[in-house]
Design a protein around this ligand. Structure first.
Ligand code: C5P
Length: 236
């Protein structure tokens, strides 16, 4: 009998970029379009999964057939991710989460006035959601077996002047402790808002790095098929 690779699985996917408010009309944001996360949601849905999309700011609409939770800030995404992860077989953190947020949010629009000094924005660190998901999974908080939840991170690396993207990514995979890390090599005109992507999938298990490129749909199909493979290694 034919069975879809993620039939019976619940997959939570974060997508888009968080926005961190400064005042009622302004925010700090990033260039994430949400296209890769949405393509992943489509691929997971087509593979038979029940999909929850945690949607930060996106330039594309969420696809039909998935449950959508809208969030704006990193702190809101954290709440939604911890709640959704509690009974997810797979969590994919493809959202671009702001590392910092303004320390204070003004209740009223920050005014331009000639008699005051130029304003200074103080930033505070946001929690690392991916790392927290891994810690909770490892502590068994999810109610799934310690090895029963697969957590996938994304990394956008520019490399340094030597372009050593792979070494940075390997270190990030170990630091974050997720099972798979999907590494994008980002440059000024690459990835963001584009319909194509080129990635390397690194596995904590140490199995061979896997390259995937093409449309964001092609890349998503490769990632979802790899996830199906990894899940079957754990619980056939
Ligand atoms: O450390 P870096 O931001 O490069 O890590 C990227 C990965 O970590 C992505 O999967 C992103 O969704 C996740 N992340 C997170 N919480 C943050 C920052 C990044 O979950 N505060």
């Amino acid at each position: 009998d034919f069975q879809l690779p993620l039939a019976g699985k619940t997959v939570t996917i974060s997508a888009g970029g968080t926005r961190e408010p400064l005042d009622p009309v302004r925010f700090l944001g990033n260039r994430s379009s949400g296209k890769q996360g949405v393509a992943l949601a489509v691929a997971a849905r087509n593979a038979g999964a029940t999909v929850r999309l945690l949607a930060a700011h996106m330039e594309v609409p969420p696809p039909p057939g998935v449950e959508v939770v809208n969030v704006e800030t990193a702190l809101q995404l954290r709440e939604a991710a911890l709640a959704a992860a509690a009974d997810s077989d797979v969590v994919i953190m493809s959202a671009a989460v702001a590392d910092f947020r303004p320390a204070e949010i003004s209740d009223t629009k920050i005014k331009k006035r000639d008699d005051t000094a130029d304003p200074v924005i103080t930033l505070v660190r946001n929690p690392d959601i991916l790392q927290e998901l891994v810690e909770r999974r490892n502590q068994g908080v999810t109610g799934l077996a310690a090895d029963g939840q697969l957590i996938v991170g994304f990394a956008a690396e520019t490399g340094d002047q030597h372009g050593d993207v792979r070494a940075y990514a390997e270190a990030k995979l170990q630091r974050k402790g997720c099972d798979l890390l999907v590494v994008n090599h980002v440059g000024s005109d690459k990835v963001f808002g584009k319909d194509t992507n080129s990635v390397v999938i690194l596995a904590r298990s140490g199995s061979e790095p896997q390259e995937a490129s093409g449309t964001k749909a092609d890349v998503s199909a490769a990632i979802i098929s790899r996830i199906g493979f990894e899940l079957n290694q754990v619980s056939p």
